[in-house]
Ligand binder design. Structure first.
Ligand SMILES: O=C(CO)COP(=O)(O)O
Length: 119
């Protein structure tokens, strides 16, 4: 599967720990990420992440493009609901495209844990 990994700054540690804990499962898939999230996951695991731009600079939109093209199977996007994001329209657009194309989106760890069953 093609899987996108994205986290806002306050959620990066949570996503990195989650990916580390499940590294063997994730290693079976092709992984994509926004710039900083992808970099930090690669620094903390042996996984390769195809990185796009950082979220505020267009990374969310680039991942949305792959969703629109039917080239993304699952999205893990640990969002920070308590901090205003300058690129909120891009974030909404990414989540909207997941709904338009019926792509599973885990926006928090509880959902991500359930998604593990189908990795
Ligand atoms: O802002 C993001 C998602 O909206 C994530 O971007 P980074 O991974 O570059 O921090």
């Amino acid at each position: 599967m093609n899987i996108a990994l994205i986290a806002h700054d306050q959620k990066k540690k949570e996503l990195i720990d989650f990916v580390k804990d499940n590294e063997k499962l994730f290693s079976k898939h092709t992984l994509y990420g926004t710039g900083t999230t992808g970099k930090k996951i690669m620094e903390n695991t042996n996984l390769h992440i195809a990185r796009f731009l950082s979220g505020p600079y267009g990374g969310d939109q680039q991942i949305g493009n792959l969703i629109a093209l039917g080239q993304m199977d699952m999205v893990f996007f640990f969002r920070d609901p308590l901090t205003a994001q300058p690129h909120e329209p891009d974030i909404s657009a990414l989540m909207r495209l997941c709904d338009v194309h019926s792509i599973p989106l885990a926006s928090n760890k509880a959902t991500a844990l359930i998604f593990l069953n189908i990795l």
